[in-house]
Each structure stands twice: as C-alpha cells, then as structure tokens.
Design a protein around this ligand. Structure first.
Ligand SMILES: Nc1nc2c(ncn2[C@@H]2O[C@H](COP(=O)(O)OP(=O)(O)O)[C@@H](O)[C@H]2O)c(=O)[nH]1
Ligand SMILES: [Mg+2]
Length: 317
C-alpha cells in the first residue's frame, strides 16, 4: 500500500537522517545511515558447514590450581563433578539441539545434532554463548553444590568447536574422551592413594608409577589398599553422559528431563541402547526409582517444584 507522505513527514525524516549521519547513529527501522556503516563489512562470516556434527568442548583454565585452592577431594570430588554436570544441564536446557553432553574432570563436550540451525550455525555465536552460559551456571550453582566452600576467585573455561562429518568420527571422538578418563583416573587413584595413605611424596609416587601399565596399577590398588578399581563410582571411572529422556519415576513423574549416565560409550551396546542418538531423534524413556535418583535429576526436579510453587503463589496473590 502506498502511504501518503505529507511534506511535514518528509521534512522530519530528512532531519532525522541528517542528525543520524552527524552522530553516527542508525535510523529507527534499521536503514543504514552513517558513513561509518561500512566497517560492518569487515566482519567475517563463520557459519559452520552443513550436515556435520558440531561438537563444542570446554575446558577449565588452570584447574590444577583452582582445585587445589578450593580444596577439592583427591583424586575426585563428587560435588565438584556434579557442579560441572549441573552447569552442563543448564546449557542443554537452553539449547534443545544438543543431543548429548559428556563431561569428565574439568571438561565438557556438547554435541549438536547435524541439522541444527541454531544461530544460523554461526561458530562464534555458538561457542561464546555455550561457554559463557556454562561458566555463569557453574558460578551460579557453586553455593548449592559446594555448600560450605567459598568461591575464592572466578573460574573460566576455554572453548573450541570441532566438526565431525561421520557418525563413526563422532563415536571415536567420544571414545577418545572416555578413554582419557580411564587412563587419567586410574593413574590419579593410584597416585593419591600412595601419597595420602602410604605417605609417599608426590615425587616418590610419580617414580613408583613410572612405566607401569593399567594391570600393574590395578594390582597395586588391590594389594596395597584393598581397592577393586572396578568398584569405584562409575562417575569417576567413566565420566558423565547427559541425555534427554522421558523420565518416569514411579507414579509421581513423567516428563522430559536430562539424565546423567555413566556407561561405556566405547562399546556398541551404548549406541544400541540409545538408538535415538544416531537415528531419527526422539528421546527415549528412562525409568527410575525415587530412592535412586541422581544429584543431577534431583536438581532438575527440585527446580520444577520451586517453579510450580512460585506459579501457585503468583496465581493466588
Ligand atoms: N582434586 C581434584 N582435582 C581435579 C578434579 N577435577 C579436575 N581436577 C584438576 O583439574 C586438572 C584438569 O586438567 P587440565 O585441564 O589438564 O589442567 P589445567 O590446565 O590446570 O586446567 C586436573 O589435572 C586436576 O588437577 C577433582 O575432582 N579433584
Ligand atoms: Mg583445564
């Protein structure tokens, strides 16, 4: 429809344009107006390729020091690991196209489905948003997870995007990260038992473990400390896998949430048990008992209950 443009409107528009040009502003409505506008063309496009798995991996900066200063349990601090898990849940709640996240130690990987169009697949937007949301959620939930400890300085995380063209590449990536947990955790468990229980210095423990194979460390743990490595918590040995599932808890709950698993992703069984990941995406079911719910699920259920209560209060007031 042709709008009637009165001379007074034309005059006002022209004055606004002149004012904008003078001050380097934009005319309301988005029309480019300043001579400075050309600098926008220096911005580089960074859309990631279509039809590939997008993996974002975050890693804590200087967590060797951060864990020391905050007196994390050695070699694994269950509360600190669950804090990482809860921060990752916040990221998955925000980005519905993340189908799986995997965390261990001070790192987390997020897998976006191949077809995602979030932020038009712009790498810098994706990476900065995921990294900052994870970091702020880590700080936001610190008090809740680490109860009595004060956060002494702000933690930060680096992030990178890696693209995997085939399903096998993605599986190999996740297997690589999970194999890393096994190698590190077995070593760290043996190391800290030697230091904390046998009174060795760090140097002596390092010397004792130099050149040993997995079987030697298993044997050492069993004979010296009566520890059967396979009986240690699965979260320590396997890391944490976060998946979307329709969670059914007895008769009290039936809704989609994010569940934490500590299974072996290197074996085919994991991919057969969770066919939704590489097949047509539709979250599967997850049935559990009330007394067995994990810290990660409990956190989400508590949040739901708090939100419901809040809504009821708002409704009644
Ligand atoms: N004590 C303890 N330390 C941890 C835990 N999780 C991570 N860390 C520390 O964080 C470090 C993470 O490794 P890396 O990223 O290579 O070291 P960074 O460069 O110092 O962040 C480990 O070497 C541990 O020192 C934990 O649960 N307990
Ligand atoms: Mg680190």
């Amino acid at each position: 429809m042709q709008l009637y443009r009165s001379p007074i409107v034309q005059l006002l528009k022209r004055s606004a344009k002149l004012l904008c040009q003078e001050r380097g502003l934009r005319i309301p409505g988005g029309m480019a107006c300043s001579r400075f506008e050309y600098v926008k063309s220096f911005e580089q496009g960074d859309d990631v390729l279509q039809n590939v798995w997008i993996v974002i991996r975050l890693d804590g900066k200087g967590f060797h020091k951060f864990s020391k200063v905050h007196d994390f349990d050695k070699p694994n601090d269950a509360n600190a690991l669950n804090l990482m898990n809860i921060a990752a849940v916040a990221v998955m709640e925000e980005f519905r196209d993340i189908i799986l996240a995997y965390g261990q130690s001070d790192e987390y990987s997020f897998v976006f489905r191949k077809e995602t169009n979030v932020f038009n697949r712009r790498a810098s937007k994706l990476l900065s948003y995921v990294t900052s949301l994870f970091t702020s959620s880590y700080v936001y939930n610190w008090m809740h997870c680490m109860s009595k400890k004060t956060l002494l300085y702000p933690p930060c995380f680096d992030g990178r995007i890696v693209l995997y063209p085939s399903d096998q590449n993605l599986r190999d990536y996740l297997s690589w990260r999970q194999a890393d947990v096994h190698i590190n955790n077995l070593y760290n468990t043996a190391f800290w038992n030697l230091v904390l229980k046998s009174g060795l210095t760090n140097q002596e423990a390092e010397t004792e473990l130099r050149g040993t194979f997995s079987a030697d460390k298993n044997e050492l743990l069993f004979t010296k400390f009566g520890i059967n490595y396979n009986n240690l918590p699965a979260m320590f040995r396997k890391g944490t896998i976060l998946l979307r599932k329709r969670v059914k808890i007895e008769n009290s709950l039936n809704r989609q949430l994010i569940v934490d698993l500590h299974n072996d992703m290197i074996r085919d069984k994991f991919w057969k048990d969770h066919t939704e990941l590489l097949g047509k995406y539709k979250p599967g079911d997850y049935v559990c008992e009330l007394e067995n719910i994990s810290t990660v699920l409990k956190h989400q259920i508590d949040k739901l209950n708090t939100n419901e209560k809040q809504e009821n209060i708002e409704c009644c007031s």
